[in-house]
Design a protein around this ligand. Structure first.
Ligand SMILES: [Zn+2]
Length: 513
């Protein structure tokens, strides 16, 4: 294990029958890019019920939450296919799971021939001191069962017989050695992969962003939506999941309200690629920090290595919000015009400035590295300083709310006798066509009014896919869904305006982008 700080790893006697990184000619895929249904059973269904429950929970939080993969029992009419039953009663191809009682057991996936893989997991203190190892084994071994091989065996980790990372120490070489051929599901070797023995995280507890890209390439994409983070007055980050997100019902995921971070003393908080758990903060010194909550799906206090890294300086913006896929928009602070002052050559006025919409794309969002796309910092809009609130609608859609101006009584004499009706509070729709590369290009109809009466909300934030949440001064959380979000029409889902929560008085809130 020289040079390796990661887990001891596992033994994969199935390696020879599984094609590298997925769906090669020798592997038998469980599905295709439209999804996969994987029947799972227990070798002994009466053994370790506590661990059985945990296995299903871990799979739901990982492989199933990112890709269109469903590990199921035999009854398609039940959620998750009903109970997983004995393998002896599951004649079709399946993944069998069993538990070893050996001390510090090293997980194993064996090829089961026509029956499918047999996965053996640690049970020794698996919900105690060995929990991290257990969770890692569940994710890693079921990765093998899905058809994925070890990341460090990829050919692009090897040059002339030497591994760039994770060579192994000569023993157990079958699990380390270069494996040629197969299908690379992602463009480059990913040291953070759950399938890499030398993962810098040790026993990694979730998929890396590279793993997520890979399993989505094989089986199609799935997102767990509706996650909302709230930064409360005690500087704690709280997690919520609005399971009624699609139709505006008052349904929240188990664990909603969990504290997943403490000591978040930040000026601004916003999402970045929220479906992958990436969050950004700006501190009092205008430094931009990167975080990734690997406990995002179930509300766990678990963060990826590198969370908190500084990835930018001088981030002085009035408003910041995610455009999805690493894209960040910032609105520069408005500086009012000043009258001409000074004497002689110094006599000068300053025009108003600021209110520019700036575009960035954080290419280091996978691991929190300091890498930005070309054109980052480009101005893609002007005149954005006067809005009360601006937020993303996903896919380049941006919403802006004009400030509400109360009605004024009639004043003046004769022809100038006039009052002004209340105005503002309009919800305006924009779509940034130049979203992918940061060019100043906008869809026709951008600026259309798609809602009125939006001027009094304390907070407004995106839930993704046209879902918008508002918080009133009394802490009521309301749900809306803009069905005209693609083209900017004034069309809203039934139930828009439903109350889906109370007591939402936390200072900062972010949802999906
Ligand atoms: Zn393995």
């Amino acid at each position: 294990m020289v040079g390796c700080t990661g887990p001891v790893g596992d033994e994969d006697s199935a390696a020879s029958s599984q094609e590298l990184y997925g769906l090669g000619p020798n592997a038998r895929p469980w599905g295709n890019t439209s999804g996969a249904v994987v029947p799972v059973c227990w070798t002994n269904p009466d053994d370790r019920i506590d661990l059985q429950i945990k296995v299903r929970e871990i799979l739901r939080e990982t492989w199933e939450s990112y890709a269109n993969v469903s590990f199921t029992g035999p009854d398609p009419s039940q959620p998750f296919g009903g109970a997983w039953i004995a393998c002896s009663e599951t004649p079709a191809r399946h993944v069998a799971i069993q538990f070893s009682t050996a001390t510090d057991y090293r997980g194993n996936t064996a090829g089961g021939g026509s029956q499918g893989a047999v996965v053996t997991l640690i049970s020794d203190r698996a919900l105690g001191v060995n929990y991290q190892r257990f969770r890692y084994e569940v994710i890693h071994e079921m990765g093998h069962a899905l058809g994925f091989n070890h990341e460090m065996q990829r050919s692009d980790n090897w040059t002339s017989g030497s591994a760039a990372q994770c060579p192994g120490d000569g023993t157990d070489s079958g699990n380390y050695a270069e494996a040629k051929g197969g299908i690379n599901l992602t463009p480059s070797y990913d040291p953070n992969s759950i399938m890499n023995y030398c993962n810098p995280a040790g026993f990694a507890q979730d998929l890396s962003l590279g793993d997520i890209a890979g399993v989505r390439a094989a089986y199609g994409r799935r997102d767990v939506k509706g996650v909302v983070y709230a930064l409360n007055a005690s500087k704690q980050l709280q997690w919520y999941r609005h399971d009624g997100r699609t139709n505006g019902s008052f349904a929240w995921g188990y664990g909603s309200g969990n504290v997943v971070g403490t000591g978040w003393d930040v000026k601004q908080l916003f999402a970045g690629s929220a479906s992958d758990g990436v969050l950004y903060t700006v501190d009092a010194g205008n430094q931009l920090h990167w975080y990734r909550n690997s406990g995002r799906v179930g509300g766990a206090f678990r963060w990826e290595p590198g969370s908190g890294s500084v990835v930018g300086y001088g981030w002085n913006f009035k408003t910041l919000f995610s455009g999805g896929d690493g894209i960040i928009y910032g609105i520069t602070p408005v500086v009012p015009a000043t009258p001409a002052t000074g004497i002689g050559p110094d006599y000068a006025a300053h025009p108003a400035s600021g209110g520019e919409l700036k575009w960035y794309r954080h290419d280091g969002r996978q691991d929190g590295s300091f890498a930005w796309a070309p054109r980052s910092g480009s101005t893609v809009g002007t005149g954005w300083g006067g809005f009360k609130q601006v937020f993303s609608g996903g896919d380049g859609v941006i919403y802006a709310i004009t400030p509400a101006t109360p009605a004024t009584p009639r004043t003046g004499i004769g022809a100038t006798y006039a009052g002004h009706p209340a105005s503002g509070g309009e919800l305006k729709w924009y779509r940034h066509i130049g979203r992918a590369d940061g060019t100043f290009t906008w869809a026709p109809g951008s600026g259309a009014v798609v809602g009125t009466g939006w001027g009094s909300f304390e907070k407004v934030f995106s839930g993704g896919d046209g879902v918008i949440y508002t918080v009133a001064s009394n802490g009521e959380l309301k749900w809306y869904r803009h069905d005209g979000r693609t083209n900017g029409t004034f069309t809203w889902a039934p139930g828009s305006g439903s109350v889906v929560g109370t007591g939402w008085t936390m200072p900062q809130l972010v949802g999906d982008d």
